[in-house]
Each structure stands twice: as C-alpha cells, then as structure tokens.
Design a protein around this ligand. Structure first.
Ligand code: G4P
Length: 297
C-alpha cells in the first residue's frame, strides 16, 4: 500500500509536522535501549493500535516489554477489557492505568518485576539483588508519560543528577528500586492509513496548529456517528434525521446551530463548532469513548 503523509495537514503549511527532535529521540532510543532492562510503552486506551508507534516497536523489540493503556478513565471500559485480553493473548504484558488524579500504580511495579523475574533471580544469585531495575518509558506525544512518571514516583520522586555521558534531552528519574529513563514523545514519519493519522489528531498527539480543525471535527463526527451515535444525539440534541444524513459538514452545522454558534446572516460558525466538538471529545464530555477495537482488521 502506498504510504501517505498526514492528509489532515494544512495544505502548503511550511511547518514540518515531524519535527527534527523526534528523529533525535529515535536515535537516542536506539543507543539507550541496550542500557535498560525493560521497556514501558504507554498507549492511549482510546486508540491502542494507532498509538503503538511502529518505530518504537522496532527499536525496543527483544527487550522485556510492558504495555500500559493509559487514560483508561476516558476509554470505554468494556473495550479496554477486550484490549487487555487481546495483548495478553499475544503474549504481551499489559495493564490499564489512569495516571492522572490517582496515586499508587502499585500494580505497575509488580508487573515490571514479573517481566523481569528471570533477570532479578540471576542478579540475586550473584548477590546483586539491590541493583536498580532500569526502565525505559516511551510513547507518543501527549499520551501521559510525564503524568505517569510523576504519579509512579509520588513523593519519592528524585531526579538523578546528570550522569557522565548523558546526552541532553534524556532524563533518568529514580523511584525506589527503579531507574526510569524518560524519553520524549515521538511519532513516526509516515502513517499508513488516514484513520491512524485521524486518531492521533483526535487525541491531541499531533499539534493542532498544523491541522485543519474543521476536517478533523468532520472525521471525528464520522467515527462517532458510526460507533457512538446515541452519545452524539444526546449531547447535541440531534434528531434521528440530522444524525443519519451522510454529510458530516451538515452535521457539524447542525451541532453549531444547537449551540447558537451563528455569524451575521445566520450562517453557522463551523470553525467554532469544530473547536468545541474536538475539545468536548478530549474532555470526555461525550462520555468514555474508544475509537478502536481489537477485533477490527
Ligand atoms: P506526555 O508527557 O506524554 O506528553 O503527556 P502529559 O503527561 O503531559 O499528559 C498530557 C495530557 O494528558 C495532560 O493534560 C494530562 O493531564 C493528561 N493525562 C495524562 N494521563 C491521564 C489519564 O490517565 N487520564 C486523563 N484523563 N488525562 C491524563 P493537559 O490538559 O495537557 O494538562 P493538565 O491541564 O491536565 O495538566
């Protein structure tokens, strides 16, 4: 299949959507992977497949791996349960977490130790049981890495002093028995589907400034109409007729009209409506939503 760059990108925009620092991060990851014991990869629970960066998967293959479906509080709990079963069936350790607003994450510590059971046993035999577990924390931008690390660390957080040879842009954080290597969020250069690009944009992993907000809102409406029509109807008091029309632009207009977003002459301000819709989705005003299911191809 021919790969396409993100079509949601504003045409002719001079802004580079894949910034140079992401290339640097991938290189850094390639260098550092040999210095860690386990990889903790954060995925967005609402889009576990789209948020699984193939570049990260390539670089970290061969290391013990734990997936965290973060922002589980925003995702549909039944679908999250299906994803957990899906990853575990494939032999991957996976937990659903909510990094924001709750402490603890004790189950994550236990899961990391379970992944490292063999290594820890070997170390114990050599009298090195006290050695820190070195954990690389990776994920796409905005997936909640900083929030996770703060929450994981709790009050025990201690930033390790700069170590010799440590390159700028990477940071070790010591938390009890763990040394966490906090990697900047990174995307990949080409998306092999428009759907993946859209999903990443909906959750705010691609900077909004380079997106056409009305196109984004219309794609989101397309997804929502298919998967959660009742939520849309309820939130924006849409009639069955309005909801079933094929035209996503007309639907955006209907939503804007309901919210009184009118310009002079009675035209709907669809840009304002689009911003509002995307914000409300991100803020879970439309309820807990999962945009991907494991049984989809
Ligand atoms: P990053 O380091 O991976 O880029 O992500 P970061 O931790 O900065 O989190 C990005 C946004 O996601 C933040 O919201 C953060 O609060 C939110 N977030 C992280 N984990 C969770 C979670 O488990 N559940 C929910 N609901 N939100 C989460 P923000 O609006 O950018 O900042 P703030 O106003 O919340 O501080």
């Amino acid at each position: 299949m021919e790969q396409s760059t993100n079509k949601l990108q504003a045409p002719g925009a001079s802004i580079q959507w894949f910034p140079g620092h992401m290339t640097k991060t991938l290189r850094l990851m390639e260098r550092e992977i040999r210095n860690v014991d386990v990889v903790l990869q954060l995925l967005d629970a609402r889009i576990p497949r789209s948020s699984l960066n193939p570049e990260i998967a390539r670089i970290t293959a061969g290391k013990p791996h734990l997936y965290l479906l973060n922002k589980a509080d925003l995702a549909d709990p039944d679908v999250t349960a299906q994803w957990l079963a899906y990853f575990r069936r494939g032999g991957d350790a996976c937990l659903a977490v909510t990094s924001k607003g709750r402490g603890g994450l004790q189950n994550v510590k236990k899961a990391i130790e379970a992944e490292l059971a063999e290594l820890l046993a070997r170390r114990a035999e050599k009298g090195m049981a006290g050695a820190k577990r070195r954990v690389m924390v990776v994920g796409i931008p905005n997936v909640g890495k900083s929030t996770f690390i703060n929450s994981f660390a709790g009050s025990a957080r201690a930033k390790a002093a700069d170590r010799p040879g440590v390159t700028r842009g990477k940071q070790w954080v010591t938390v009890g028995d763990f040394d966490l290597l906090d990697m900047p969020g990174v995307l990949w250069k080409k998306f092999d589907s428009q759907r993946v690009a859209g999903n990443l944009a909906f959750i705010g992993s691609i900077r909004d400034e380079i997106l056409d907000i009305e196109s984004l809102a219309m794609s989101l409406l397309g997804e929502m109409r298919e998967m959660y029509p009742d939520r849309l109807a309820e939130r924006y008091r849409l009639s069955t007729e309005e909801l079933s029309q094929e035209d996503d632009y007309a639907l955006l207009e209907a939503i804007g009209r309901r919210r009184g977003m009118l310009m002079s002459g009675g035209m709907v301000n669809t840009e304002r409506a689009a911003i509002m819709l995307v914000d409300e989705f991100r803020g879970a005003k439309l309820g807990r939503i999962s945009l991907e299911r494991p049984d989809e191809a």
